[in-house]
Write a protein that binds this ligand. Structure first.
Ligand code: ADP
Length: 404
């Protein structure tokens, strides 16, 4: 592996394991901060490898590739949560400066570990149980009622690894797989996470950043809108959010980041629910320890974007101002369309750039596949309804669901 070229003047090299869109979106702020990025990419044409010159190809679970990569970096961070624990431990043993540390990262890698820890520190969660057998699942269902939610503790994203079940029998295949994997020491070795089905009013996300020396910053709380388990729209700030609840959510998320020793950006996905007293309150759904889809709005809508903040935080630099630049920012995710002609994004995007000069376009350089996140668009301004219309139009036009 070649040694990345660093800028003169003592500036550092930040290594990112994984070459997806999150690593790619760290590139613009790295230019300004004069930080060299090095990415361990899945392939030569990975989203980040297209824009970051130092992008050796290697797998995140290949110990020797990861080791060779990390030794050239001043700090190593992540594009995703999937680096296996033994690889992380080997890096720690090698003296690599990993941010966040494996001890913190485990709570984003493993939903059972996350629930256990959040319960210990007294953060509000849905009723949950670790289930290894159909009998345990049936017992939990008898307590909280059916339907309930069943999750694989590791490896889930965009709703994959989450299932609504009406009876224990419906989960027989997953339980059998979990039992089998427990024998071979596979991904599901701890069984499954069962949760009560939360009757939420909407989904919110709280994004914070924390540095190794303990400085922390929080962006305004946002609303995330999901379609078939995939986030399609983010509204910043969350409309009509009770200011007391916003403060409570922010405080809870900062506390989680502090208690878990998180460094870099962390997102807490939350459900807004009605409390017994009729007042709005929350439960935590899950944590991500990296820049997160719910924070993409911050590139155009905040003084400091989540990508710049992540670089600052993992380098233990002073954090930037996370406040919003406009009353409202709306981010629309662009998903891959289903028809062969949708693979050609260039003509479509030219039309949109002409139609709406205020639209901020962010495409990830990925092959179009149906439903895959291939980019996002952002608009900022005063009129929330008009912004939602513009972002929705642009995302739909790129996806091929809107033709005009
Ligand atoms: P992933 O890791 O795939 O993003 P999540 O745990 O975030 O999975 O769940 C995906 C979606 O499933 C959530 O955004 C939410 O809409 C729904 N969901 C998850 N847990 C619950 C729950 N306990 N009650 C109701 N809906 C849930």
């Amino acid at each position: 592996m070649t040694t990345p070229l660093r800028a003169p003047g003592g500036f550092p090299v930040v290594g990112i394991i994984g070459g997806g869109q999150l690593a790619r979106m760290c590139a613009p702020p790295a230019v300004g901060l004069c930080v060299t990025l090095s990415v361990l990419a899945e392939s030569e044409d990975a989203a980040a490898a297209l824009v970051i010159p130092d992008a050796p190809v290697g797998a995140h679970d290949d110990l020797e590739a990861v080791r060779a990569f990390a030794k050239n970096c001043d700090v190593v961070t992540f594009d995703h949560e999937h680096v296996p624990a033994p690889v992380l431990q080997a890096l720690v043993d090698d003296g690599v400066n990993l941010q966040p540390s494996p001890q913190a990262l485990v709570f984003a890698q493993d939903k059972l570990a996350m629930r256990t820890r959040l319960q210990q520190i007294g953060v509000r969660c849905p009723a949950w149980a670790q289930v290894r057998t159909l009998a345990e699942l049936a017992d939990f269902g008898a307590q909280v009622g059916w339907p309930l939610i069943l999750k694989t503790p590791r490896g889930g994203y965009d709703g994959k690894g989450v299932r609504v079940i009406e009876s224990a029998q419906q989960a027989q295949d997953w339980i059998e797989r979990a039992e089998h994997d427990a024998h071979v020491g596979g991904l599901l070795s701890q069984g499954l996470l069962a949760e009560e089905m939360v009757d939420f009013t909407r989904e919110l996300a709280v994004l914070v950043a924390r540095s190794p020396s303990g400085q922390a910053a929080a962006w305004p709380v946002v609303e995330t809108v999901q379609t078939e388990g995939i986030c399609t729209e983010v509204l910043a700030p969350a409309p009509d959010l009770d200011p007391d609840l916003a403060a409570t959510l922010t405080e809870a998320t900062l506390r989680i980041a502090g208690e878990l020793g998180v460094t870099g950006v962390m997102a807490a996905e939350m459900f807004e629910v009605r409390g017994a007293d009729g007042q709005p309150t929350y439960v935590v759904n899950e944590l991500a320890m990296r820049p997160h889809n719910s924070g993409h709005w911050s590139i155009d809508g905040a003084v400091t974007s989540q990508f710049e903040q992540h670089l600052r935080a993992v380098l233990d630099l002073p954090l930037g101002d996370p406040s919003a630049r406009a009353p409202w920012t709306v981010m629309g995710n662009v998903l891959g369309g289903t028809q062969p002609e949708h693979a050609q994004l260039y003509p479509t995007y030219k039309h949109l750039l002409a139609r709406d000069p205020g639209l901020r376009m962010h495409l990830y350089g990925k092959q179009v596949r149906p439903g895959r996140k291939i980019g996002h668009v952002t608009v900022c301004g005063d009129d929330l309804a008009a912004l939602r219309e513009r972002a929705g139009h642009a995302a739909g036009y790129l996806q091929g669901t809107i033709s005009e």
